[in-house]
Design a binder for this molecule. Structure first.
Ligand SMILES: [Zn+2]
Length: 161
């Protein structure tokens, strides 16, 4: 169930996505939070240099593998502005991270890209549970989806408000 702390962390994800966009990168941001609510790590996509595997959620999964014991990973939560792609979902599963809360689903993003005449990703947008069947996943969060959509509209220079 979504709590007040969840929303605060999701707001930070949107901020990180805004920072990515301002830096000329894809607007995706994610935050890794420990069981006690402490923010452990955060990142945004860094694909502008040409490496399209540099997603925020993959960076957090690798950070967790390097810095957290398995029990700490299990009880950590990954917040993200957009549902994990299959690559990041697989990393999440392999590393053994816990709950995921996302603002916008991959299906929503795909719909927006189609509306914006933007290119579809080369990797199919599958729900996280298609990749990690036991994952504890929450989203989308309607309160914040319009803000995330607007960042993608700006990234793709699509017409609109
Ligand atoms: Zn990804």
């Amino acid at each position: 169930m979504m709590g007040h702390g969840d929303l605060r962390h999701l707001h930070r994800c949107v901020e990180l996505a805004e920072e990515a966009l301002a830096a000329g990168d894809e607007p995706f941001g994610a935050v890794l939070v420990g069981a006690d609510g402490t923010v452990l790590a955060e990142d945004h996509n860094r694909v502008a240099g040409g490496d399209h595997t540099q997603h925020a959620e993959l960076a957090l999964a690798r950070w967790a593998a390097a810095n957290l014991a398995p029990a700490e990973r299990e009880t950590a939560t990954v917040y993200t502005s957009g549902e994990h792609c299959p690559m990041c979902a697989a990393a999440h599963g392999w590393v053994g991270l816990g709950r995921i809360v996302y603002v916008a689903s991959s299906a929503q993003l795909e719909g927006w890209l189609a509306e914006m005449d933007a290119p579809l990703p080369p990797v199919r947008a599958l729900p996280i549970r298609d990749i990690v069947p036991e994952a504890d996943v929450e989203g989308p969060v309607p309160k914040l989806t319009a803000r995330v959509r607007e960042l993608h509209r700006r990234f793709h220079n699509a017409p609109g408000a």
